[in-house]
Ligand binder design. Sequence first.
Ligand SMILES: NC(=O)c1ccc[n+]([C@@H]2O[C@H](COP(=O)([O-])OP(=O)(O)OC[C@H]3O[C@@H](n4cnc5c(N)ncnc54)[C@H](OP(=O)(O)O)[C@@H]3O)[C@@H](O)[C@H]2O)c1
Length: 303
Amino acid sequence: MSGILLTGVNGQLGWELQRTLAPLGQVVALTRAQLDLSQPDAIRRIVRAQRPGIIVNPAAYTAVDKAETEPELAHAINAVAPGVLAEEAQKIGALLVHYSTDYVFDGSQNAPYTEEDAPNPQSIYGKTKLAGEDAVRASGCAHVVLRTSWVYGVHGGNFVKTVLRLARERDALRIVADQFGAPTWARRLALCSAEILRQYRENPGDASRHGLFHLTAAGRTNWHGYAEEIVRLARQYDAALQDKELTIRAIATHEYPVAAKRPANSVLATDKVRKAFGLELPPWRDDLAACIEELYATEHQAL
Ligand SMILES: NC(=O)c1ccc[n+]([C@@H]2O[C@H](COP(=O)([O-])OP(=O)(O)OC[C@H]3O[C@@H](n4cnc5c(N)ncnc54)[C@H](OP(=O)(O)O)[C@@H]3O)[C@@H](O)[C@H]2O)c1
C-alpha cells in the first residue's frame, strides 16, 4: 500500500486522524490552504501527483446553519469534492474513506436508523452531505462511508466547549431537550477508522467491508442531557464550576430558533459496523468523561 492522503487536518476529526493513521504508513495531511476542496482542479492535481493508496476525507462544510445561506459553497465542498476524490480514487485503484452525517435523516422515525433506512435530509447541510455519499457510491471506487453524529473533541470548536464556556459565564443555560442523538468522540472515530484501514489492508477484496456504515457512540441522549453531563463531569476539574449554582433548563426546539432544521431523532444503529469490523463503541458518557479529563489536563486555559 502506498501512502495515505488526508484532507481537513485542522478539523476535529482530521486532527485526530493525523495521529491515528500515522502507524499505517506515510500520511500526507493537508490543510484547507494546501487543498481547497471547493476547487475540483486542485483536488485532481494533488491526487494525481501523490497517487495515494488510500484517501481519507474528514474535511467538510460543517456550519449547519450558515449552509442555509451558502448552499453553493456547501454543495461544492460536501457533494462535488467527494465525487471528484472518488473519481480520482477509482482511476488509481485507491480506497476512499469518507464521512457523513446523521442529518441525512428527517428524524421522524422512533427507532435508531439503519443503513437501509431512507434518508430525507431537512437542511442544506444534510442534503449536500447526502449528495456527497451518492457521488462516492456512483463513482464505483472502493469506498467506506462512515456516517456519524454529534462529533466533539479536544481540538476545534464544538458543543462541549461551548457549554463549558457558557457555564462559567452565566447562571442559567437553556438547552434543547427534544432532539435525540449520540455524542461521538472524534478520537474514537479516528481509532475506529484506523482499525477499518488495518482490516482493509489485510483483505482488500472483502466486499462485506466496503460501503456505507453507521459509526457512533453507544446509547442516546438529548442536547439537554448532554449539557448536564458535560457540566457534571467538568465540576471535578474546574474550580470556577465546582460550587457554582447553575440552572440548566430544558427547552423545546421551537424555543431556540435557528436557520437549519434538525432531526428530532438521529440515533443511528451500529450493528453493521460491529458485524463487519468487530467495532463496538463505548457508551457516549464514557468517551465524554475521557475527553473532558483530557481537555482540562491539556487545554484548561483555552476553554
Ligand atoms: N461535527 C459534527 O457534529 C458532525 C456530525 C456528523 C457528521 N460529521 C461529519 O464528520 C466529518 C468531520 O467533522 P468535524 O467535526 O471534524 O468537522 P470540522 O471540525 O468542522 O472540520 C472540518 C474541516 O474541513 C475543512 N474544510 C472546510 N472547508 C474546506 C475546503 N473548502 N477545503 C478544504 N478543507 C475544508 C476545515 O478547514 P478549516 O480548519 O480551515 O476551517 C476543517 O479542517 C465531516 O464529514 C462532517 O460532515 C460531523
